[in-house]
Design a protein around this ligand. Structure first.
Ligand SMILES: *Cc1c(COP(=O)(O)O)cnc(C)c1O
Length: 362
């Protein structure tokens, strides 16, 4: 590849396809749909979704109406279903119509708005989210019962998909998982015509009871492990590398970078790398994370806006050598843990300053 002065973000769509195949193999019989909100977790909704389409994905989920509109443009004339988790907030109906988006009804007022639309038009299609225990989005079971049990029923409202979301799927031992599952089964009985979708990435790995008919694959498509730690069944989709700019020596007592970042307690060799938090490397990884330099993972001593400092010991490192901050060697979930966050956030923070290269575009 042409040498670059910038950090480089390689987005490997073959790895994405591999991860899709992994999700499919652990959820046999279910349809794996793709969650591509936040510009496909920062990796580019266009190239990501077109490759997923080429791999047979026909159903996509986004959070915002504007994300749905952008995705529709990116997908062109491909006949994909696009669902919007925000549901049907006031004033957006025309935008849903124009872009061919399906709301995932998230509140009771939205449900009433959808019923009114259905009555006025003779038919309206909306998915329904049920809150089974996260307490942030969706109809409660009581609200769902009232909706399903109204004398006029759902009228002309067509509910093709019933959605709920697990709050503790990354922790298979959590009691909230079976509790949410039980509530979801109650909800399913209220809307027997709808297909059902409970599992996101974490739920896909929780076992068949959690799969239902449509699995909403998000972070695991992009390489994040279902239990917030690296999973060998998944490949790295995003690889962030940057060149070593300089190799310097520190003597005991030398202070590094700003403030109290680091004081050498012995002689050290450090590599200064041309990437920083402006490229999306989360600053909180400083002192905890590791970068892959000269064939090993080495401590990330400083994360500044434009520069990283890595302790390289005696390794043969010279200016121009690559440092991998995220990728097949410096694993996504490890970096997330080092920064005190989740893989989702590490991905969405990757910035536009890094040069983007796509492999395997459809
Ligand atoms: C973000 C999101 C997902 C995808 O979750 P992952 O953990 O990334 O797989 C699925 N469903 C809902 C409702 C979401 O908000």
């Amino acid at each position: 590849m042409i040498p670059s002065d910038r950090a480089r973000l390689v987005i490997d769509l073959d790895a994405l396809a591999h991860n899709l195949a992994t999700l499919r193999s652990v959820t046999p019989g279910a349809e794996v749909a793709a969650v591509v909100k936040a510009d496909a977790y920062g990796l580019g909704a266009g190239p990501v979704s077109r490759r997923l389409w080429a791999e047979g994905v026909r159903r996509f989920f986004v959070a915002r109406v504007s994300e749905g509109e952008a995705l529709r443009r990116e997908l062109g004339d491909r006949e994909a279903a696009i669902y919007v988790f925000d549901g049907l907030p006031p004033g957006v109906t025309a935008r849903f119509d124009a872009a061919g988006l399906t709301p995932v009804i998230a509140t009771l007022p939205q449900a009433h708005a959808a019923l009114a639309l259905a009555a006025a038009r003779g038919r309206y299609e909306a998915a329904l989210q049920i809150d089974t225990g996260m307490n942030r989005q969706g109809l409660t079971l009581a609200e769902a019962r009232a909706l399903a049990g109204a004398p006029e029923g759902l009228g002309a409202l067509d509910v093709p998909l019933l959605v709920s979301h697990l709050g503790s799927a990354t922790d298979p031992g959590e009691a909230r998982n079976p509790e949410q599952l039980a509530r979801f089964r109650e909800a399913r009985a209220l809307f027997p015509e709808a297909r059902t979708s409970l599992a996101a990435s974490g739920g896909a790995f929780l076992g068949p009871a959690y799969h239902h008919e449509v699995v909403r694959g998000g972070v695991s498509l992009f390489g994040g492990g279902p239990e917030e730690r690296p999973d060998p069944r998944l490949r790295a989709v995003a690889t962030l590398t940057a060149p070593v700019l300089d190799v310097r020596s520190l003597r005991p007592g030398d202070r590094l970078s700003y403030g109290q970042t680091f004081t050498a307690d012995r002689p050290l060799r450090v590599a200064v790398v041309g990437a920083g938090y402006a490229d999306g490397v989360i600053r909180a990884a400083m002192g905890h994370g590791r970068a892959w330099v000269a064939g090993a993972l080495r401590p990330l001593l400083a994360v500044n806006m434009d520069l990283l400092v890595v302790d390289v010991g005696d390794a043969p490192v010279s200016p121009g050598d690559p440092a991998e901050i995220l990728g097949p060697n410096a694993l996504l979930d490890d970096l997330a843990a080092a920064a005190g966050t989740v893989a989702h956030e590490v991905l969405v923070r990757l910035s536009q300053r890094a040069e983007r290269v796509y492999l395997g575009e459809a």
